[in-house]
Design a protein around this ligand. Structure first.
Ligand code: SF4
Length: 68
């Protein structure tokens, strides 16, 4: 498993990402299998609107609502 702080602006911490992930540390972090886990971005404004992996990012990042 890999873990990222909720303040890291990555797809894995973003509200628009659909990959498998789990909030931990009371929402101050998130876990996923590894950095290569893929998910879809639902933000049509993003140029990365497609299957993308956990550690990518873009200027449309918004913190996942499950995180604090
Ligand atoms: S590409 Fe941007 S908007 Fe889409 S999930 Fe990643 S950070 Fe969020």
């Amino acid at each position: 498993m890999s873990q990222w702080n909720s303040t890291e602006k990555r797809c894995v911490t973003c509200n628009s990402w659909s990959g498998t992930r789990t909030p931990v540390v009371n929402g101050k972090a998130v876990k996923a299998d590894n950095q290569f886990v893929k998910g879809k971005c639902s933000n049509k404004a993003s140029k990365k609107y497609s299957e993308i992996n956990a550690v990518q990012n873009c200027n449309y990042w918004e913190k996942w609502s499950a995180l604090s």
